[in-house]
Every structure is written in C-alpha cells, then in structure tokens.
Design a protein around this ligand. Structure first.
Ligand SMILES: [Zn+2]
Length: 424
C-alpha cells in the first residue's frame, strides 16, 4: 500500500515534466509524464469517436466505435476479441481486450460504446468538447485508453493483469440479460477489482449507484354515466384508482433514502392503450373511465430495498378503491451497485493516487446522484469503483451534451497510478 500524506510534499527536484511530487515513485512519475505526452492524441481520438454515431440501435455504428478502440488497444500489445450477440437481439456485441501479464490484481475496466441519442458532431470550444456521447461515455473510454497507453509507455502494462470490456448496449441492454451480460459476469468472476468509466463528477468517484427497473400499472373500473361516480354501483372509476395508487406511492415511499418511483406516462378513459413508451386514450367527459395504464420506473440502492419497495407497492395496489381493480407488473431491472467496505477501500487507494499526483482528494459521490449502470450487473462479485471517466460534462442523454476535454489527462493519470499500484 502506498504511503500518502495530505500535507504538501517535500520540494524534491525532479526530472519529470511538471512532476515534483515526492509522493510519486520514479516509475509513477514516468507514467504521469507519458500520459501528458499522449494527451493531444487522446483528444483527437475523442473527436473521431464522437463523430461515429453509435446509438444502441445503430449496430454498425457501435461496431465501428469498437473497431476504432480495438485498434488502439491492440497497438498496446493487448489481445482483442469481439463477442457477437445473437442476430435477433439487435445489439452490436462487446469488445474485450486483455494483457498477458501475471502480476498483481486482476482488474476489469468497464465502458460502453453506445449512446442514447445521436446526431450532434464533435465541436470544440476551448476546453469544452461538444457532441453526442462526449460525456457518456466516449470521454470515459478515452480516459481508460490514455491510462493504459501511459502504462505501456512506462513499460508496466505488459506485466499487469488488465481486461477491458466495452459493451455495445449499456444504454438499452439486450435481452435476455443472461446472454447480453453473461460475458461480463464471466469476466468479473475472474477479476479482483472492477473499474467503471462512466462520466466523473469533479473530485469524486462512485462507490454505489442505484439500480433501476420499470413497471406497468393497469387499473379497471365500472363504466357508465358520470353522475354515478363515487356511488355504490359505479364506484370510483379506473382513473381515480390510478391516482389513488400513485399518490400512495408518493406518500408512503417517497421519502425513503435512495428510493425513487417515477410515473412517466399515463393514459385512461373509455379506451386506453399503451406500448413501451407511447399510448392513446379516448373518453367523453360524461362517462366514467373503465381503464387506465401507467408506465414508470423505480430506482433503488440494494436488492433488499428493491424487494421491500415492490412489496409495499403491491400492498398499496391491493387496497382497491370501491368497484375498481388494479394490477402492477414489474419488468426486468438493472441491479444496483451497493456501497461496500471493499469499494471504500478502493476509493481510498484512488484518493491516495490523486493526492500523490497533486490533483487533490477524491470523495465518494452520493449514490443518489447517479443512475444505473453496467457495473451493477457485476458489483456483487468484486470491489469496484465507477465514475472514473471524463469530468465537468453535462447533458448526458440530452441535446447539447459536452465534456471537459481538459479532464482527460488528470483522470487518466489517477487511473494509471491506481492501476500501477494494483498491479504490483
Ligand atoms: Zn453511460
């Protein structure tokens, strides 16, 4: 374990460009300097990656992003392979690259090549790099690569035991999950440390992130003349039943830490139809609505919280308003990354690396501040961190996405120093 102090290091003269930190070993200073040399090329690579459109459904685009990074990883002496998904899944597959070393901890580095949206090309304004996927998370893949390049240049990559996995469907995961995430589970089972490169929040890393799932609520009621609503014959109708249930979700579960329940779309009336994200409804104002459908999501910090919330939601549903019925169905969900002591110990190592670089402390990000991610599928298998990618960005999953291109170098450096220390 590397020594670290919070105090200013001794003013030791050093020969490495810009590194006068007594807290870095000579090899580490070489790694840090190598990252600096590679940074301009890394910025150019981000531009190329952003300019390949790769929303999840664009299988050829995702594959092209994979080819771009596969070539870079192969250049470092890593063995690369592509894992195809079945054609019917309509997902591009995953890129895996490994070193052949035998020293230190086995580290699995995770990223994703796909984006939610598409269409905004790379455009640089000072240190702001605009473009779809710049922040989420092509910037993160570049951080990962730059760290590995710096290690290779310093001659410490080949001996290490590092595996990179870039998935092609993080934003809209392919089903069945056993197929789309099976390879990741297999790699994680053979790893000691998991590192995710989703976008960073300045001065933090992620030791926990919430899982997410979706649900569909369908309510029914009697239909007839509107004047009879609330009566014993007609009861409350399907729309009041949906409203009752949603209000109870908010009241009874709305203040629990790290738990959120979001109704995202609702239809109701004499007729109500809904597919995954869109619906239609019709009804006259003088008719009691017999049908309503609500779709929404639920986010949670642990399997236990998810289970408990589902039970309480079902209990709320079961307390039907007069002459109504309702069913609540939960769909496949993205598991949470639950904060653990192992994750915290890893964070302490990253914090030490950052301080030793003179880049300041790294604290745990509030788990409520970020959504679900790939690392949740495997975080129960080994200690891990996420949020190690590019920083200072905004508007992920939204128009106007950007990242701070000046963050690539410091983020890559802290990762490279951490990897080097894990690899000893
Ligand atoms: Zn992402």
């Amino acid at each position: 374990m590397h020594r670290h102090t919070a105090s200013i290091s001794l003013a030791t003269l050093c020969l490495w460009a810009g590194f006068c930190r007594a807290d870095l070993s000579p090899t580490e200073a070489t790694i840090a300097a190598a990252a600096q040399k590679r940074a301009p090329a890394a910025e150019a690579l981000l531009e190329r990656a952003v300019n390949i459109q790769s929303p999840t459904e664009n299988v050829a685009g995702v594959r092209a992003v994979g080819d771009l990074f596969a070539a870079e990883l192969a250049r470092l002496g890593m063995q690369t392979r592509w894992i195809d998904m079945p054609a019917g899944m309509h997902r591009a597959g995953h890129l895996v690259a490994t070193t052949n070393g035998s020293k230190g901890k086995r580290v699995l580095m995770l990223g994703h090549m796909d984006t939610v949206l598409s269409g905004e090309p790379f455009r640089r304004e000072g240190n702001i790099a605009h473009g779809t996927g710049s922040d989420d998370m092509k910037g993160g893949i570049v951080v990962m690569l730059l760290a590995l390049q710096a290690m290779a240049d310093a001659g410490v990559l080949a001996d290490s035991r590092v595996t990179v996995m870039l998935t092609g469907d993080e934003e809209d995961v392919g089903v069945p999950l056993e197929t789309s995430r099976g390879p990741m589970l297999e790699l994680a089972r053979n790893s000691d440390v998991l590192l995710g490169f989703e976008a960073a929040y300045e001065g933090t890393a992620t030791i926990g992130r919430r899982g997410a799932g979706s649900w569909t609520l369908q309510t029914t009621g009697e239909t007839g003349h509107s004047s009879q609503i609330f009566g014993t014959v007609m009861g409350d109708g399907a729309i009041y039943e949906a409203a009752r249930i949603l209000e109870a979700f908010r009241k009874e579960l709305g203040t629990e830490r790290y738990l959120t329940i979001n109704p995202s779309v609702i239809v109701g009336g004499t007729t109500a139809n809904m597919n995954d994200i869109a619906g239609s409804a019709a009804g006259k104002t003088n008719v009691i609505a017999p049908a309503a459908i609500v779709r929404g999501d639920i986010r949670f910090i642990s399997i236990e919280q998810e289970r408990s919330a589902r039970e309480r939601m079902q209990a709320i549903v079961a307390r039907h308003a007069p002459r109504t019925g309702a069913t609540l169905v939960f769909h496949e969900s993205y598991p949470a990354m639950t904060p653990t002591p192992g994750n915290e110990a890893l964070l302490a190592q990253l914090d030490a690396a950052s301080r030793d670089l003179g880049q300041g402390p790294v604290e745990a990000l509030d788990p409520g501040k970020r959504g679900a991610g790939d690392i949740g599928f495997v975080s129960h298998l080994a200690p891990g961190l996420d949020g190690l990618g590019s920083a200072g960005g905004k508007n992920a999953h939204a128009p106007g996405e950007y990242t701070d291109i000046a963050s690539l170098l410091p983020m890559a450096r802290r990762t490279a120093i951490l990897l080097h220390r894990l690899g000893r």
